[in-house]
Design a protein around this ligand. Structure first.
Ligand SMILES: Nc1ncnc2c1ncn2[C@@H]1O[C@H](COP(=O)(O)OP(=O)(O)O)[C@@H](O)[C@H]1O
Ligand SMILES: [Mg+2]
Length: 165
């Protein structure tokens, strides 16, 4: 990750509350059709991030469950949120198979818990959030945004406060 993260924004070492709060702010920056990959080990906070994200889009966080058995959860918030978990999928081909129509329609936002299965650096045009276990209560969080979307996120997240690597 270190080598593939040249244009990452360092969001810091966050508590669960801070992570959810960041996810809420982040949700306000999203546009229809955005694909967000959440990369990190089990327990690193990917589902927790989705809970924060849906509250930012006007849903209750209780609606979020791990899409382990369902393949994909769909939350009807102010934007439709498609929530997938790559542990049930066999690679990016599967993701695009499951999402076929929706991704082409760019109708909704797509949040994919990816684990560390592949390096999303090689998938064009996705936003990636990296989670690392720091200690029991803290996660190190980084954000990588494709260059053509950086200005939108910098404006929206007020990146001045964050350290850009
Ligand atoms: N700073 C933190 N950020 C996110 N989760 C945290 C944090 N500190 C402790 N946790 C706990 O770690 C677990 C993260 O689980 P989850 O979000 O389901 O991870 P994942 O989806 O990556 O497997 C939750 O039980 C949460 O309460
Ligand atoms: Mg999860």
């Amino acid at each position: 990750m270190e080598t593939g993260c040249e244009s990452c924004f360092e969001l810091g070492i966050l508590t669960e509350k801070e992570l959810k709060s960041f996810a809420r702010t982040f949700s306000q920056c999203l546009a229809e059709g955005d694909v967000i990959i959440l990369s990190g080990e089990i327990g690193s906070g990917k589902t927790t991030f989705v809970r924060g994200l849906v509250t930012g889009l006007g849903c209750s966080e209780e609606i979020v469950t791990s899409p382990t058995f369902t393949l994909m959860n769909v939350y009807a918030c102010s934007k439709t949120v498609y929530h997938l978990d790559a542990y049930r999928l066999n690679g990016i081909e599967d993701v695009f198979y499951v999402l076929e129509g929706e991704i082409e329609d760019r109708n909704g936002v797509f949040v994919i818990e990816w684990g560390n299965l592949i390096d999303s650096y090689f998938i064009e045009d996705v936003i990636t959030v990296f989670f690392e276990h720091e200690d029991e209560k803290h996660r190190k969080v980084r954000l990588r945004v494709p260059s053509k979307r950086v200005s939108r996120f910098r404006r929206c997240l007020n990146f001045g406060e964050y350290k850009e690597q």
